[in-house]
Design a protein around this ligand. Structure first.
Ligand SMILES: *Cc1c(COP(=O)(O)O)cnc(C)c1O
Length: 466
């Protein structure tokens, strides 16, 4: 199987090369030339099997022989062994047909661990086999950097450089990045905001000379291998509730459209998903999109669910590609216009999208109210991101026989203040988080310029020295 760019200007790559590349060189996103499918029998055959078996079936279809199954299995098993729950991603029932899928039992207590733990191992393996090294540079507003630090720590072929905005991530998130003691993890506190961090990473990516010197690679949510790894829990949870013979729907707290895109792809692969609910906070570009058909970034407004404070949902480009009938020229033209004036879906694209997707929005007040209501009705303490998903789920109208699964994307202890304000309970701090709260921190402060960051990376990483 080959991976092609949504903007049509990059040579097709195999799985391992697309994984190392992250973003396509033409600025587009890699997608498989066709989605592999799992027949109804194949799906039914996975019912009752451990999470790891489902993940192997999915990743094997995407790797398509480029990484053999034994290697995939060993990396998936090791990745999921970092989770502290035997079910890995357990389902909890909170109503007659309402369920919560807990994706936060990994090392940094957020759903990003599922994919990041897996692709860190895959990338290290691919590089080792080629006798190469890479420097992964990522900008983060909190959770991605934490998940990456814990996934790439100690990996021999990789240096990880995390750019986070100094003073603008939560204490917990910062400590999860800065207390990782391994020498290949470098936390840079950039004296600017998240947009500065992202701009610097983009500028480094287009600097060919620098890029080649350090062997630059990316792991933000546009990396296809991350999407592929996330497909597994949509299938795993749906099977547990009776799929493929019972219809399911998902409500997904959304920022970059990465997690929910994996749900869409699961359906393309043959999983009978009735509906996907896009749940957003007040940064509601995607909710406005389903209502108006226009994709128009606004200004980022800080919320109590900060991992979704995003106005440009990068992975949406992959859906637009499919909606347009895989018309790369049209995708390129529209996506290039995003910073200036946004773009519109055509009427038929919008109609097609609304057959599967709907959306809901929760501001901070509604998020807090939902945390309170869910606690009173079920005894469950949920984090603000999950609450945004649950509010949208509560408003979603479905046939009675459809099971509705809301993705719980973070552990409540990661956002204790918002949780306590919502339901009066201070969440208990799990041991793995308690450790990060006391260990010694290590980071380098850097001015918010591309030159200063490049200089720091060249001084500190091993790829540059080699
Ligand atoms: C990253 C994140 C999200 C949003 O996920 P996307 O893939 O960007 O849509 C939601 N909740 C939490 C806790 C996150 O860390």
């Amino acid at each position: 199987m080959q991976y092609v760019s949504t903007r049509g200007g990059a040579a097709p790559l195999r799985f391992s090369d697309a994984t190392l590349a992250g973003l396509a060189p033409d600025g587009g996103l890699f997608v498989p030339e066709a989605y592999p499918t799992l027949s109804s029998d194949a799906l039914a055959g996975l019912r009752g099997r451990p999470f790891e078996d489902v993940a192997l079936a999915v990743l094997s279809a995407y790797a398509d022989g480029d990484i053999d199954d034994a290697a995939l299995k060993s990396d998936i098993d090791a990745a999921m062994a970092t989770f502290c729950h035997k079910a890995r991603t357990p389902l909890v029932q909170i109503g007659p047909r309402d369920f919560v899928l807990e994706l936060f039992h990994g090392p940094t207590l957020a759903f990003k661990d599922v994919a990041m733990q897996t692709i860190a191992r895959l990338m290290d393996r691919i590089l080792e086999e080629r006798g190469r090294r890479a420097t992964i540079i990522t900008a983060t507003s909190g959770d991605t950097g934490a998940a990456a630090a814990h996934a790439f720590r100690g990996k021999s072929a990789i240096d990880l450089v995390i750019l986070y905005p100094d003073g603008r991530v939560s204490d917990v998130q910062r400590r999860q990045m800065t207390t990782v003691a391994d020498e290949n993890v470098h936390a840079l506190a950039v004296e600017g905001d998240f947009d500065d961090c992202q701009r610097i990473v983009k500028e480094l990516f287009v600097d060919r000379d620098f890029n080649e010197r350090v062997g630059m690679s990316g792991v933000n949510s546009i990396n296809w291998a991350r999407v592929a790894a996330q497909i597994s829990y949509f299938i795993f949870s749906a099977l547990a509730l009776g799929a493929p013979h019972r219809r399911v729907a998902f409500s997904v707290p959304t920022g970059n459209f990465g997690d929910i895109l994996a749900g869409y792809v699961a359906r393309e692969m043959g999983l009978p998903i009735e509906r996907l609910v896009i749940a957003t906070n007040q940064n509601d570009i995607l909710d406005r999109l389903t209502r108006t058909g226009r994709y128009e970034p606004g200004r980022v407004a800080p919320s109590t669910s900060p991992s979704m404070d995003i106005q440009v949902s990068s992975n949406f480009e992959r859906l637009v590609f499919d909606l347009s009938g895989r018309n790369a020229a049209s995708v390129k033209e529209r996506l290039l216009a995003v910073p200036r004036r946004g773009f519109a879906l055509t009427n038929s694209e919008r109609t097609e999208m609304l057959k599967l997707f709907s959306s809901g929005r929760a501001d901070d007040r509604e998020t807090g109210e939902t945390i309170g209501a869910v606690y009173r009705e079920t005894g469950m303490v949920v984090d603000p991101h999950t609450a945004v998903g649950l509010k949208a789920a509560r408003e979603c109208v479905l046939d009675d026989d459809v099971a509705l699964i809301t993705l719980a994307t973070a552990h409540p202890a990661k956002f204790p203040d918002a949780v306590e304000a919502g339901c009066g309970i201070r969440p208990q701090v799990p041991e793995r988080l308690a450790r990060a709260l006391t260990e010694r921190e290590r980071m380098v402060k850097v001015p918010a310029t591309t030159e200063a960051v490049a200089q720091t990376i060249l001084e500190r990483t091993r790829a540059a020295a080699a």
